[in-house]
Structure formats: structure tokens, C-alpha cells
Design a protein around this ligand. Structure first.
Ligand code: IDC
Length: 341
């Protein structure tokens, strides 16, 4: 075939135009793909916020902006493992949650110390589900009956070593090294435990957030404030149950914040008032307003349908995900509304 000079130029021009069109189309496809990604995963998760750290008393994201985590805690992982399925966790996200706490009891009949193999398999599956949903995951070494965390310190150490090695590159994992220390456990005991466990975690995952329980079922922030731990990115946990907690959280938590002491409410719950058996929603609303205003992160107990007041799923409901309002318990309906940012 023979081309004149001018037809050659014309041909090249058309080719360039075509290339331009293809490039434009590619650009548009990228933009659309980006939009779809955001629809699948609204920008309040790990992909958006990345590694968290603690600045003063505030939890901040990878850009240094403050962030508040809100979400549900599992019930005991080995009692209600079915509620840690992917779609269950994703349902809490649809209601607004950006964190999920996996409560792994250490010392109770279904606890870690009695069946490490199965408990760990369940834990890693739950953890993958939370991370897969692009949410922050709190791995909670749920001490309770073992009131002093030093009781099973060596087992906790081995567990946290394995966990933090496996997830050393994962910004979504938050380590809660003990749930509610109680009985005669002092802050010094907890400190001794924390000084043993935290360096193990830090050795594998140097910047991860670590939550540390405080004495007397996580209400005694004051003792911890008098003698804080010597690491970055540590937060101290405070727990409240509306019916049984004596109150005074405003004073304790305000004092903590004013002294740059970072607090995380890793568990709170609605239970019946001792005196009249009622659920005090007014107290719960005030508590939540306080936490949200101060940007203190919170996690509610618990995502299960057990016939007990704090279960958020109605006890007659068998659905394992996709709950609508009618599937929730009375307290659950209140809590799911509160998850929305
Ligand atoms: C409770 C569960 C209950 C279970 C019990 C086992 O709701 O079904 O039989 O643990 O010990 C906490 C604890 C948390 C408790 C919860 C309610 O962190 O483990 O769960 N609670 O009692 N602190 C205050 C209240």
C-alpha cells in the first residue's frame, strides 16, 4: 500500500486522537473504580485512617487527625463464635461501627488456658473477618475470674508474641492486654504485667496501640495516673455499666484528659438499676454524649442473643447477620442507633 505524505500525517493524527480517547477512557475507569471502592468501604476504616497513634490524650490517625472508634464487643468468643462471622461484623459497620472487639476469655471454662488450639483458631478467624471488613480489631485477653493478670502471665506472653508476629504489619490490630483486673489486684500488679507483655508486642509491632486495664474492674484510673507506664501509644481502659456503676465518670475522665492521660472505654453496657430494675437510658445518653464530645473511643457489650439485658440481638432472634431494628433487643436498638457517627 502506498501513502502520500499528507495521508501519513492524517493517519498519525487519527492514531493520536484514538490514543487520547483510550487514555481518557482509562482515566474514567480508574475514577469509577475508586468510587466503587469507596462505596464498598466507606472511608472510616483502616484503609483510610491507617496506623493509629496516641497524641496527648487523643487517639489520632496516620494523618495526625483525631479519631474516635465506636463499635461492639463480641460476647465470649467461645460461647458465641457465630456472631463473629464476616457478615455479622459488617452489619455493625453498616450501623456506623469502625471497631470490633474480640473478647477471648483467658480463664473460664471455655477460655484460652483450657483449649489454646481451638480458641486460637477461632480468634484468628474472627480477626480476619474484622480486618476483612476494613475495621479496627481489638484483641482482648479477657481476664475476669483470674482477677490478677499475672495469674496466666506466661500464657499471655506467648499468645501476644505469636499474635504480634503474625500481624506485625497490620495497622488494624489493637492489643488489649487484660480485661477487668479485680479483687485485690493493685495497679502495681498490673504495671508489672504490662511491663512484661508490652515489650514483647513492641518487639514485633513497634507502634501498635496497646490498651491496659485498670484496677477494680477498670474504674480506678486515678492509681494508673499516679504511676503511668513508660511507652508511647498506650491507652488505659475505663468501663461502665449504667445500672451498677456508682457514677463520677465525668470527674475521673475530665481529670484524665486534662492531664493528657489517654483513656479508652473498651467495654460499657446497659444493665438494670439495682434499685428499680429499670434500664437508665438517660444515664446512657449522657455518658455517650460525654464520650462523643471528648472523642473518647467506646465499645459496647455485647453482640449476641443471649437472654441477658446487654445482648443487642433479641433473644428469640436466630439471624446471624443483617439485623434490622425489629431483630434487635430493646437495648440493642438504642446501641445500634448510637453507633452512627
Ligand atoms: C458476662 C456475660 C455473661 C457471662 C459472664 C461470664 O455477659 O453471659 O456468663 O460474663 O463471666 C463485665 C465483664 C464481662 C461480663 C459483663 C456482664 O467484662 O465479661 O460478661 N461485665 O456481666 N464487666 C462488667 C460487666
Amino acid at each position: 500500500m502506498f501513502y502520500s505524505f499528507s495521508s501519513n500525517v492524517r493517519l498519525r493524527k487519527t492514531l493520536y486522537e484514538k490514543t487520547d480517547t483510550v487514555l481518557n477512557q482509562e482515566k474514567q475507569i480508574t475514577i469509577l473504580q475508586e468510587k466503587i471502592k469507596n462505596l464498598e468501604s466507606p472511608p472510616n476504616g483502616v484503609k483510610d485512617h491507617g496506623w493509629l497513634s496516641v497524641k496527648g490524650s487523643q487517639l489520632v490517625n496516620s494523618r495526625g487527625e483525631d479519631i474516635q472508634l465506636r463499635g461492639m464487643s463480641s460476647h465470649g468468643l467461645m460461647w458465641y463464635p457465630e456472631y463473629t462471622n464476616y457478615r455479622a461484623i459488617e452489619t455493625t459497620k453498616k450501623y456506623g461501627a469502625n471497631v470490633f472487639r474480640i473478647a477471648m476469655y483467658s480463664d473460664e471454662n471455655k477460655g484460652y488456658v483450657y483449649n489454646q488450639t481451638d480458641t486460637k483458631r477461632m480468634l484468628f478467624m474472627a480477626l480476619e473477618n474484622v480486618l476483612g471488613a476494613d475495621m479496627y480489631a481489638i484483641v482482648d485477653w479477657h481476664t475476669l475470674k483470674d482477677s490478677n493478670p499475672n495469674t496466666h502471665r506466661d500464657k499471655a506472653a506467648a499468645f501476644f508474641d505469636e499474635l504480634s508476629k503474625k500481624y506485625s504489619d497490620e495497622p488494624g490490630v489493637i492489643y488489649e492486654i487484660c480485661n477487668e483486673p479485680n479483687g485485690d489486684t493493685t495497679w502495681q500488679d498490673i504495671k508489672e504485667y504490662a511491663d512484661f507483655i508490652i515489650p514483647i508486642i513492641r518487639n514485633n509491632s513497634p507502634n501498635a496501640i496497646v490498651l491496659v486495664g485498670t484496677p477494680n474492674y477498670c474504674v480506678d484510673i486515678k492509681s494508673a495516673m499516679k504511676s503511668p507506664l513508660n511507652y508511647n501509644n498506650i491507652m488505659y481502659t475505663y468501663h461502665l455499666y449504667t445500672g451498677t456503676s456508682k457514677g463520677g465518670y465525668e470527674y475521673v475522665l475530665t481529670d484524665a484528659l486534662e492531664n493528657n492521660f489517654p483513656v479508652f472505654v473498651s467495654e460499657w453496657g446497659l444493665n438494670r438499676d439495682r434499685e428499680n430494675g429499670k434500664i437508665n437510658y438517660e444515664k446512657a445518653t449522657k455518658f455517650l454524649e460525654f464520650l462523643n464530645e471528648k472523642r473518647i473511643s467506646w465499645v459496647n457489650w455485647s453482640l449476641a442473643n443471649k437472654d441477658e439485658v446487654y445482648s443487642v440481638i433479641d433473644s428469640n432472634n436466630e439471624k446471624l447477620s443483617g439485623w434490622e431494628k425489629k431483630d434487635l433487643s430493646e437495648t440493642g436498638s438504642f446501641i445500634f442507633d448510637a453507633l452512627k457517627h
